[in-house]
Design a protein around this ligand. Structure first.
Ligand SMILES: CCCCCCCCCCCC(=O)SCCNC(=O)CCNC(=O)[C@H](O)C(C)(C)COP(=O)(O)OP(=O)(O)OC[C@H]1O[C@@H](n2cnc3c(N)ncnc32)[C@H](O)[C@@H]1OP(=O)(O)O
Length: 173
């Protein structure tokens, strides 16, 4: 798939945490009101990410009617959000919390409403606090990707990063 994303030189391999979610198991829920993965979110993608071998994962998402962009197909921003969620979850296999610094999407084919989108994802490696990932999406045939993505995630101190925003958080009613 064509992409203009350029990986920097000097990326070091990273190692899965010994206590990371085992292959085949769902990677722990971020929180139940999260737009990407939460079961209680008013509107959300409800993506479940499953750990694979090494630093890989898979996920699926149902393309519902509210996700429509161009007639009959998914909105590009929704797909972007899905890639963000999938790639942002995989660093939990390192047991390192991250936020997105840079996200790049390559849209190869329209994705019809009603589709099940399958995602594959891997951590490429890291430099300091920077973690580089790539992902692809297909509709059932991994040899026929409909989109791809790269992202740079930055490792954060979870408590410190969200300290000023916790009083704005919404909780399940
Ligand atoms: C959450 C629970 C998990 C649970 C996981 C659940 C999955 C959630 C998935 C969704 C994730 C999201 O959407 S997160 C929401 C969207 N993202 C955000 O809100 C992040 C907003 N941005 C920020 O807060 C900040 O900019 C940070 C934290 C990303 C970076 O700030 P900082 O901590 O001061 O660090 P800083 O020195 O600026 O950057 C560190 C290094 O990264 C590089 N760097 C930073 N941004 C970029 C960039 N866009 N492009 C290239 N490089 C960059 C810098 O040059 C530097 O390199 P060097 O000098 O070291 O070489």
């Amino acid at each position: 798939m064509k992409t203009s994303f350029v990986l920097p030189t000097g990326i070091e391999p990273l190692t899965r945490h010994p206590n990371a979610t085992r292959p085949g198991q769902k990677i722990d829920l971020h929180h139940s009101m999260c737009y990407g993965c939460g079961a209680d979110a008013e509107v959300g993608l409800r993506i479940a990410v499953t750990a694979g071998e090494g630093l890989t994962a898979t996920a699926t998402m149902q393309v519902e009617n509210w996700m429509q962009g161009g007639p009959g197909v998914i909105h590009g921003g929704v797909l972007s959000g899905a890639f963000d969620e999938v790639m942002g979850t995989v660093p939990l296999l390192l047991r390192r919390p991250v936020v997105t610094g840079h996200l790049a999407i390559d849209y190869a084919k329209p994705i019809p409403l009603g589709s099940t989108v399958h995602f594959g994802c891997e951590i490429i490696g890291g430099i300091g606090r920077k973690i580089y990932t790539r992902s692809y999406a297909h509709l059932g045939d991994p040899d026929a990707p409909v989109a791809g993505a790269h992202a740079l995630f930055i490792v954060i101190d979870l408590e410190q990063h969200f300290a000023d925003y916790r009083d704005k958080a919404v909780h399940p009613s």
